[in-house]
Design a binder for this molecule. Structure first.
Ligand code: URA
Length: 238
């Protein structure tokens, strides 16, 4: 059971003070009865709650897809820098979502945010081998030897041997390469460190896919949207 004013306020209908005034005006109903007490305890999953005659859509979890911009931290709080949570509208912030895994401050692209701890856990657990696809620009020419080395498992600077990774060359010149990389892990700075292990540097990194979901091309950097029902079931079935 939860307080009615908290439930309604968390769904983005206004502050608790606003809800108090709605109750005073007599525009809130629970199971067909006009509410007199804003602190009434309700079960939002069972009761029909109406604000101004309109039934509220109760949900416990939200699932967001963001095109993370450069310069923003994948965390819920930071003392210095802007975080991905700061980019959300209040109506989504009230659900207290957090990023699923991390992208570096200078990495852009697909970042999921949710307040569903179980799904988050499954998606970031090394046990589940969730595919992550990155587009990257590399400062030197990537070649067949690198493709083979990535397939055989790159050893990182701390001695960790990566799982097999699929490296594809999209364009190549003596000035550098554009590549696509599919990995199933999410070690700290993993893509950058994998290239460092073969003597090259990542100069631009964008995540394009995560757990079978593709970054929506309509999302500009810094924009986000809720996942569709199809995307969510795809992610959950992953
Ligand atoms: N690998 C990196 O090096 N950085 C990221 O942000 C994601 C993967």
């Amino acid at each position: 059971m939860e307080r009615l004013d908290k439930v309604i306020s968390n769904l983005g209908y206004g502050s608790r003070k606003d809800v108090k005034s709605f109750v005073k005006k007599g525009i809130i109903e629970v199971d067909g009865v006009v509410v007199k007490d804003n602190g009434l305890l309700v079960d939002p999953e069972k009761s029909v709650i109406k604000v101004n005659g309109e039934e509220i859509l109760y949900r416990k979890y939200i699932y967001l897809m963001m095109n993370k911009p450069d310069g923003v931290i994948s965390a819920t709080h930071d003392n210095r820098d802007e975080t991905v949570i700061d980019l959300l509208n209040l109506e989504h912030q009230v659900f207290e979502p957090f990023p699923v895994g991390r992208l570096d401050k200078d990495t852009v692209g697909l970042l999921l945010l949710t307040n569903d701890g179980d799904l988050n856990h499954r998606l970031i657990s090394p046990k589940w081998h969730v595919d992550k696809v990155y587009y990257a620009e590399i400062d030197k020419k990537v070649d067949e030897k690198d493709i083979l080395a990535f397939k055989n498992g790159i050893t990182l600077d701390d001695g960790y041997k990566c799982l097999e990774a699929k490296l594809e060359i999209l364009s190549n010149s003596d000035d550098g390469s554009e590549i696509r990389l599919t990995i199933q892990e999410g070690k700290f700075h993993q893509v950058k460190r994998m290239f460092e292990a073969v003597g090259k540097n990542v100069t631009y990194l964008r995540r394009e896919e995560f757990g079978g979901l593709s970054l929506d091309p309509d999302l500009e950097e810094g924009e986000y949207r809720e996942l569709t029902d199809e995307e969510l079931s795809l992610l959950k079935s992953y």
